[in-house]
Write a protein that binds this ligand. Structure first.
Ligand SMILES: [Zn+2]
Length: 373
C-alpha cells in the first residue's frame, strides 16, 4: 500500500453518504433487529431499497433481497447481515427477577447497569440489568459479571407480575442505546455490526440507480438474517439464489485501543479504509479484483489474514452450492458487541465505493479459476 496516495485520498475525501441516507441509517440502527426477530428492521430496509431495485423478495426466516436486472444467467450477490446480538429471557425467579441467556455473542461484562428493552408480543417493556452496590459487595475478592449472576429487574416483585407484562421464557431483550455521531468523524451505536453493512449495500444500489448503471448481470442485494449464531441466513439464501459470485461485507476489529494484541489480532485502524481478507474461503482471483479496483480508484484499504475461516457470511457463500467465488470487504470497528460500537465515516464511504466500483469491473462469465485444466 502506498501511504502517500492514501493521505492524498483522505484529504480530498468526497462523502458518498447523503443527509437523507444518513437519516435512514440512524432510524435503521435505532430500530432493534434481534437474531431470529429481524422483521421490523428488514421491512424498514426493504422500504429504503425499493426505489433503487427492480424486484424484491424475502424467505421464510426473514432474509430480505432486492434484485437489479433480474432474469440473467449470471448472478452476483452483495451481502450483509441484518441481525443484532441480544438476550433471551431464560428463567424468572419467584421474586420477579429475570435471568437471561445469549442470543448471539452478547457480552456479559458490559451488562450491569445497562437499560434494556424487553420485546413482548404486546410491545416494549423496560428493564435494567441490576448490580449489587459497591458498598454491599464485601471487599476482598470481587466477583465479576458472568452468565450466572447478571439479571434483569423490570420493577416487579413476583413472577406473576412479570408474566402479566407478557414476558415469558424466550422473550428477546436488547439494549436501548441509540445512534450518535462522535466528533463529526465516527458513527457510534448499538449493532453497527452489521447493520452498517445493510446500509452500505443499500447505498451501492442507490448509486447504481442514480448513476443509471446498466449491469450486464442480475445483482442480488441481500440482507441476511441469523449471522450472529452461525451464518444461518446466508446458508439458506445462498442455496436459493445459487449465485456465480458473492461479495460480502461485515465488520472487523480496529486494534488501536488498549488491551488488544496486534501480534495476534493484526494492525487495523478505523479511518484507514476497507479491510480486504486473506482466508481459504476468500477466492484469490476475486480478491485480486478487489485489490486491483481499490488501487485503480485510489480507495485506501488494509489487509487482514484469517486462520481457517473468516467467521462471516463469506464462508457460507463460498462453501454453498458447488463452491461460489466469494470475497469479503470489512469495515473496521471499535468495541464490537458493546453498545458503543464505532465506525469511521470515511470508511463507510470507501466500502460503498469499493463495492460499487468492483461491480462495474466485474465481467459476465468471469472465470476466477487459477488454472483451467
Ligand atoms: Zn457480530
Amino acid at each position: 500500500m502506498a501511504r502517500k496516495k492514501k493521505e492524498a485520498v483522505t484529504e480530498a475525501h468526497v462523502p458518498v453518504v447523503t443527509e437523507r441516507s444518513l437519516a435512514f441509517f440512524e432510524q435503521y440502527i435505532n430500530n432493534p433487529s434481534p437474531t431470529g426477530f429481524e422483521w421490523s428492521g428488514q421491512r424498514m430496509w426493504l422500504d429504503y431499497l425499493k426505489p433503487f431495485v427492480d424486484d424484491t423478495f424475502t424467505d421464510h426466516y426473514g432474509t430480505a433481497v432486492g434484485v437489479i436486472n433480474p432474469g440473467k444467467d449470471f448472478k452476483v450477490v452483495i451481502e450483509a447481515h441484518a441481525d443484532e446480538i441480544s438476550w433471551f429471557v431464560n428463567y424468572i425467579t419467584k421474586d420477579g427477577l429475570i435471568y437471561v441467556i445469549r442470543n448471539g455473542g452478547s457480552d456479559h461484562q458490559i451488562a450491569p447497569s445497562k437499560r434494556v428493552n424487553i420485546h413482548t408480543d404486546k410491545g416494549i417493556v423496560k428493564a435494567v440489568f441490576g448490580w449489587p452496590a459497591i458498598h454491599t459487595r464485601g471487599g476482598e475478592k470481587e466477583e465479576g459479571p458472568s452468565m450466572k449472576n447478571i439479571f434483569l429487574d423490570c420493577g416487579c416483585t413476583s413472577i406473576e407480575e412479570v408474566e402479566a407484562l407478557n414476558i415469558h421464557v424466550g422473550t428477546v431483550v436488547t439494549y436501548e442505546d441509540e445512534f450518535m455521531v462522535l466528533n463529526d468523524r465516527y458513527y457510534v451505536g448499538r449493532a453497527l455490526d452489521n447493520r452498517a453493512g445493510g446500509f452500505m449495500i443499500a447505498e451501492v444500489a442507490r448509486l447504481l440507480s442514480e448513476n443509471k448503471v446498466k449491469l450486464p448481470y442480475s445483482l442480488y442485494i441481500v440482507n441476511a438474517v441469523q449471522e450472529e449464531i452461525g451464518l444461518r441466513g446466508a446458508e439458506m439464501i445462498a442455496h436459493r439464489i445459487q449465485p456465480d459470485v458473492a461479495i460480502v461485507t461485515d465488520v472487523t476489529h480496529d486494534t488501536q485501543t488498549p488491551m488488544i494484541n496486534k501480534i495476534t489480532q493484526g494492525d487495523l485502524a478505523c479511518g484507514k479504509g476497507p479491510v480486504l481478507s486473506y482466508a481459504p474461503s476468500v477466492q484469490i482471483n476475486l480478491n485480486r479484483l478487489l485489490v486491483g479496483t481499490a488501487e485503480k480508484q485510489g480507495i485506501p484499504f488494509q489487509r487482514q489474514a484469517s486462520s481457517r475461516t473468516t467467521g462471516t457470511d463469506t464462508d457460507a457463500f463460498a462453501y454453498s452450492n458447488s463452491g461460489v467465488p466469494s470475497a469479503l470487504i470489512s469495515l473496521p470497528l471499535r468495541y464490537m458487541h458493546t453498545t458503543v460500537e464505532m465506525i469511521h465515516k470515511h470508511d463507510v464511504d470507501h466500502v460503498i465505493r469499493l463495492i460499487y466500483e468492483t461491480l462495474l469491473a466485474l465481467e459476465v462469465g468471469q472465470d476466477f479459476r487459477t488454472f483451467a485444466k
